[in-house]
Ligand binder design. Structure first.
Ligand SMILES: Cc1cc2nc3c(=O)[nH]c(=O)nc-3n(C[C@H](O)[C@H](O)[C@H](O)COP(=O)(O)OP(=O)(O)OC[C@H]3O[C@@H](n4cnc5c(N)ncnc54)[C@H](O)[C@@H]3O)c2cc1C
Length: 511
C-alpha cells in the first residue's frame, strides 16, 4: 500500500503542470506570507471591529470616542439582516417609548427611520378560523383546551421570564439556570402542558431556530416567548379575549426599518471612512501588546493594520478560523459548539398581496413552512394609499428537525409543489397569484440555543479578559436586541480594556 501511495505521488509530480503549480504556490507563499510582518503595518487604531453588521456597527457606534475602524468583507454593511431584500426584518419593543438603550441610542443617534408594525402583527389559524395577535393565540389554545390550561401555561412562563436577564448578566444561581439543561420538549412534558401547546410552539421553534422543541433548551424557549407574557393577567372567560383576537385591533410593539437601502446608506455615511467595505479579514494575530489584522481589499491587495483591541463581530465559526492562533483552546472549543441552523426562504412576487390579513402568518403544525410575512406591511398598513407594481411575501421553509439532512434533498420543483398545496387552504389561489418566486438556501445561517448554550456562552464571556473580544448574536441571544446588545457589551469591554492603560492608545483623534 505504502509503495503504491509513493508511486502515485511521484507520478503526479512527474506531470509538468503539477511541478509548476507547486513552485508557483511556494513562490506565492514566500512573497505573500499570511502572517503580518513588521513594516507592513499601514495604520494603527485603538480598536478594529471585524464585521460590519448590526453587532459590529453597534460596537463601533459606542466606541466613537476612540479611533475605531470597521472592516467588512462584503460590498456593504448589514450582514445577515440583509439576507432578505424587503422589509421583513422586524424587531420588538426595545424602541418603544424611546427609552435610552443601545437600540434607541443608535436609531436616534444616526437618524434611522423606523416604521411601527401596526396590528394585526401576527395571525394563527385553527379549524378555518383566524386568530389575531397574542390574544388570538390565547383564544386558539383555549378553544383546543381550557382557560385553566392556558392560565397555568401563561403564568408559568411569566414567572420564569420575570427572573430572566440576557447574557452576560444571566443569574446562574436562579432556579432558571436548570432550564438550560433540559429541552423545551421535556419542559412541556414535565409540566404536563397539553399537546396543542406543544404543537404550536414547535412551529414557532422551527421558524425561529430551525429546530424542534426537543433540540432547543427550555431556557431559550422562555427567552423567546417570555416577552409575550410580561403583562399577562389571568383570563376569566374566553369571551374577554374575543374582540382583539378576532378583529385584530390591538397595540403592537414591533418595528421594521422603513427602508433597508436607506438605512444602510445612512449608517454608511454616518461612519464615513471609519467603515471599510470590501475588506476581507484573513487573519488576526497578536504581536506584543497589539493585534495585527491582515485583510484583502477588492483587488486582492493585502493590508495589515494594528489595534490595541479587536472585536470579532462575525459568526462563531468565522471568528474561530480567522483568530485560531490567538484564541485559547477553551475558546476554540466553545466556539465550535455553537450550532447553526439551515433553512430556506421563498419570496413570492405578486400584483396584489398574497397575505393581507397580518404582517406574519404562523402556520399550524406539521407543514413544510412555518411563517409567511408580508414584506410591505409596514408601508401598506401605515399608508393606505401606498401602491407598488409588485408586492412580495416571504415564506420560511424550515426542517422538522435541525438534524434532518434530507430536507435539502427535496428538489426545488417538489418543494414548490408541496408549498403551494400546503399554503392554498389559507391563501386561496396562491400559485396563480404568485407571478414569480425565488428561493434562497440559507445554510448555517443563524445560531441555535441548544442544550447548555447559556452555560457555554457564559463561560465564553468569562474568557474575554483581554483585548480580543467576541461579539455577535450567537454570544447573547439570536435576535435584533441580542445582536445590538452584544455590540454594546463588546464596546464596553473594549473601553474597559483600553482604559486599563491609556498610555497604549494609539490615537486621540476622536477625543
Ligand atoms: C432571513 C433572516 C431573517 C431574519 N429576520 C429577523 C427579524 O425579523 N428580526 C430579528 O431580530 N432578527 C432576524 N434575523 C436574525 C438577524 O438577522 C441576525 O441576528 C443578525 O443579523 C446578526 O447580526 P450579527 O452582527 O451578529 O452577525 P452577521 O449579520 O452575521 O454579521 C457578520 C458580518 O461579518 C462580515 N464578515 C464575515 N466574514 C468576514 C471577514 N472575513 N472579514 C470581514 N468581514 C466579515 C459579514 O459579511 C457580516 O456583515 C433574521 C435572519 C435571517 C437570516
Amino acid at each position: 500500500m505504502q509503495i503504491n501511495h509513493q508511486r502515485i505521488q511521484r507520478s503526479l509530480f512527474d506531470k509538468k503542470w503539477m511541478q509548476f503549480a507547486v513552485l508557483a504556490a511556494a513562490f506565492f507563499i514566500f512573497t505573500h506570507p499570511i502572517h503580518a510582518v513588521e513594516g507592513e503595518i499601514e495604520a494603527s487604531h485603538d480598536v478594529i471591529v471585524v464585521g460590519g453588521a448590526m453587532s459590529g456597527i453597534t460596537a463601533a457606534f459606542h466606541l466613537q470616542d476612540y479611533d475605531v475602524k470597521v472592516l467588512e468583507r462584503s460590498y456593504q454593511i448589514g450582514g445577515r439582516a440583509l439576507t432578505q431584500s424587503f422589509h421583513t426584518f422586524a424587531y420588538e419593543s426595545a424602541a418603544n417609548g424611546r427609552v435610552r438603550n443601545p437600540i434607541c441610542e443608535m436609531i436616534d443617534g444616526m437618524g434611522l427611520e423606523i416604521l411601527k408594525i401596526i396590528s394585526p402583527d401576527q395571525v394563527y389559524v385553527h379549524n378555518n378560523q383566524w386568530f389575531y395577535g397574542r390574544d388570538g393565540l390565547a383564544l386558539m389554545l383555549i378553544e383546543q383546551n381550557s382557560v385553566q390550561d392556558f392560565n397555568r401555561f401563561a403564568s408559568t412562563v411569566q414567572s420564569l421570564f420575570n427572573q430572566y436577564s440576557d447574557l452576560p448578566d444571566f443569574d446562574f444561581n436562579s432556579s432558571l439556570a436548570a432550564l438550560d439543561n433540559i429541552t423545551a420538549g421535556q419542559w412541556f412534558a414535565d409540566n404536563q402542558f397539553p399537546p396543542a401547546f406543544l404543537d404550536q410552539y414547535n412551529v414557532i421553534s422551527r421558524g425561529r431556530f430551525g429546530s424542534n422543541l426537543d433540540e432547543i433548551s427550555a431556557l431559550s424557549l422562555i427567552a423567546e416567548i417570555g416577552g409575550d407574557f410580561v403583562d399577562f393577567k389571568p383570563i376569566q372567560t374566553a369571551d374577554s379575549l374575543t374582540n382583539s383576537a378576532t378583529t385584530g385591533q390591538y397595540k403592537t410593539n414591533k418595528y421594521v426599518f422603513a427602508d433597508n437601502d436607506q438605512t444602510i446608506k445612512t449608517i454608511t455615511e454616518y461612519f464615513g471612512d471609519r467603515v471599510h467595505v470590501f475588506s476581507n479579514v484573513l487573519e488576526v494575530t497578536r504581536e506584543g501588546n497589539r493585534f495585527l489584522v491582515v485583510y484583502e481589499d477588492k483587488e486582492k491587495q493585502r493590508h495589515v493594520e494594528a489595534a490595541r483591541a479587536v472585536i470579532l463581530a462575525v459568526p462563531a465559526f468565522i471568528a474561530n478560523s480567522m483568530a485560531s492562533s490567538i484564541l485559547s483552546q477553551e475558546q476554540v472549543d466553545l466556539l465550535q459548539q455553537v450550532p447553526y441552523r439551515s433553512y430556506v426562504t421563498v419570496q413570492l412576487y405578486s400584483e396584489t398581496p398574497i397575505i393581507n390579513q397580518a404582517f406574519r402568518f404562523i402556520a399550524p403544525a406539521g407543514l413544510l413552512f412555518t411563517d409567511v410575512y408580508d414584506d410591505l406591511w409596514g408601508y401598506r398598513a401605515t399608508d393606505p394609499s401606498f401602491t407598488a407594481e409588485m408586492v412580495t411575501a416571504t415564506v420560511i421553509v424550515s426542517p422538522q428537525s435541525h438534524n434532518d439532512e434530507s430536507f435539502f434533498d427535496i428538489g426545488e420543483d417538489e418543494m414548490y409543489n408541496r408549498l403551494f398545496s400546503e399554503m392554498d387552504p389559507f391563501f386561496a389561489g396562491v400559485q396563480e397569484k404568485a407571478l414569480g418566486y425565488v428561493s434562497y438556501n440559507l445554510s448555517n445561517i443563524d445560531p441555535i440555543m441548544n442544550l447548555g448554550a447559556y452555560h457555554r456562552l457564559a463561560r465564553l464571556h468569562e474568557t474575554m479578559r483581554d483585548g480580543l473580544i467576541l461579539s455577535g448574536d450567537y454570544t447573547i441571544f439570536p435576535d435584533f436586541e441580542g445582536m445590538v446588545n452584544s455590540g454594546y457589551v463588546a464596546a464596553q469591554r473594549a473601553k474597559e480594556f483600553l482604559q486599563q492603560d491609556s498610555s497604549v492608545l494609539y490615537s486621540d483623534r476622536y477625543r
